[in-house]
Design a protein around this ligand. Sequence first.
Ligand code: ATP
Length: 339
Amino acid sequence: MSHRVTLLYGDGIGPEVIDAAVRVIEATGVDITWEAVDAGQVALQKVGVPLPPPVLDSIRRNRVALKGPMMTPIAEGFPSINVALRKELGLYANLRPTKSLPGVPAPARDVDVVVVRENTESLYAGIEHTVSRGVVESVKVITEEASTRIARFAFEYARREGRRKVTAIHKANIMKLSDGLFLDCARRIAREYPEVAYEEKLVDSACMQLVLSPHLFDVLLLENLYGDIVSDLCAGLVGGLGVVPGANLGDEYAVFEAVHGTAPDIAGRNLANPVAAILSGALMLAHLGEPAASRRVVDAVRHVIQSMWTKDLGGTATTAEMRDAIIAQVSALRAPKGE
Ligand code: ATP
């Protein structure tokens, strides 16, 4: 089967890691036509806006995109492109499967947690104002609709993937109304999934337990801000931002992107770890209905990373060396015709 996918190279290390992901995906032999569109800094320079209409048109047409990180210029009057994309395309769920990779130096072993982060509201609604000189307010918006939707997403994911437990993470002892509503919605949905265990943990204590006993956790359900913070903590447990994939999902569209940002400090220097982008590509292959190819990419990464690390993991391999080793392994694993 052939597929069409919108491709956004992004800023900073984006072009290097997305190029690696595309080449690895192509090595699987899956038939994908890539539709590359300009967004971010490139679009800003060419047409004066970071998210021109053809970007959204293309994703709406193809329904699936692979995206590099994008820089949001601070104080230039543009909203975050990432936030704008999520809003425009209704990408309400951010999924970050975080799994230990064999041989990677990391503070914990055998971690296998999936972060499900609500992507559209909480403090990310961007409602901030000055009350009086020296006093500002930032409004946290939690709605029943978005909380129910993300809770259902987490439980559907758990059911589909055979996961045993969903943990809702909150601070409802302090934010009684907002986090209280989030929990009410999660509890209501949990009752519809008796085969999946449900528990609740305060965000502070969950952070400590994640570090001390990550094996206690399975699927984590969080509102936007806690999800942002806790998913980086989880990434730290398995070796950092360079190895954790992600996806932004809605009812109609799916945008796959690594957890990390543009990393301007190492951009264009052949130093970036392409694994997070490559594993995001594997998530995309599964979403496209190509589970065998997806598995092959994951297996190739797990094989190569045992003996080859980029600088972020303490190694000396370049982005291109890592990419080429993974491509070679995908080709070696590629099944003979007729599979
Ligand atoms: P942004 O402003 O876009 O969020 P950032 O540099 O502030 O970018 P990240 O890119 O998320 O934030 O990551 C912080 C640091 O982690 C980077 O500066 C870089 O040193 C390191 N890092 C992130 N991703 C990678 C990667 N794929 N490979 C190697 N190092 C990485």
